[in-house]
Design a protein around this ligand. Structure first.
Ligand code: GAR
Length: 189
């Protein structure tokens, strides 16, 4: 299964996918890593592994993912032979035409128990809401914000002395195990 990864930040989830591939628990190959953020560490991680990388030019828009950029992204992924697209900390909303190019073949990892707390910094939303548990979800991407069908999700307790950082760190430990499992499930389906 040839994977294309889209990320805007550190890329620890991509690293977890690479680790699962190395360990033999995920039969896949990351063939292309794309980022909308030229300074994203995910690009460095990929380059260190010799994985091809490229930038997604969003023409100065801070949060929008313009149609033209989505078309170019789809073309780069197709050209690399990508079969499954994994959003790994990618902070823009994917819509057509990228969705049309990979129907039911785009996964996202989200740091909450969807449908609770969609959108940005979901761990902070959970903390502010005072819930006793949150978690993480891997889901298929549709045109909504964090609304597609759930592939796997797992709860993480919110502890009384949690800060935003400590809660996100604990969620990430689970994310790093869950994402490779979800990719394997989708790839084998
Ligand atoms: C992860 O916690 C991921 O769930 C979250 O961004 C982080 C990226 O970390 N994604 C979202 O909030 C998407 N709405 P990483 O770059 O170290 O994998």
């Amino acid at each position: 299964m040839k994977l294309g990864i889209l990320g805007s930040g550190s890329g620890s989830n991509m690293q977890a996918i690479l680790d699962a591939i190395d360990a033999g628990s995920l039969d896949a190959e990351i063939v292309l890593v794309l980022s909308d953020n030229p300074g994203a560490y995910i690009l460095e991680r990929a380059a260190k592994r010799g994985i091809p990388t490229a930038l997604i030019d969003c023409h100065g828009f801070k949060t929008k993912f313009p149609d033209e950029a989505q078309t170019k992204t789809a073309a780069m992924l197709k050209e690399a032979g990508v079969e499954l697209v994994c959003l790994a900390g990618f902070l823009r909303l994917v819509k057509q035409p990228l969705l049309d190019a990979f129907p039911d073949r785009i996964l996202n990892i989200h740091p909450a128990l969807l449908p609770a707390f969609p959108g940005l910094e979901a761990w902070k939303q959970a903390l502010a809401a005072g819930v006793s548990e949150t978690g993480c979800t891997v889901h298929l991407v549709d045109a909504g914000m964090d609304t597609g069908p759930v592939v796997l999700q797992e709860a993480v307790p919110v502890l009384p002395d949690d800060t935003a950082e400590s809660l996100h760190a604990r969620i990430q430990v689970v994310e790093h195990r869950l994402y490779p499992e979800a990719i394997a499930a989708v790839a084998g389906a």
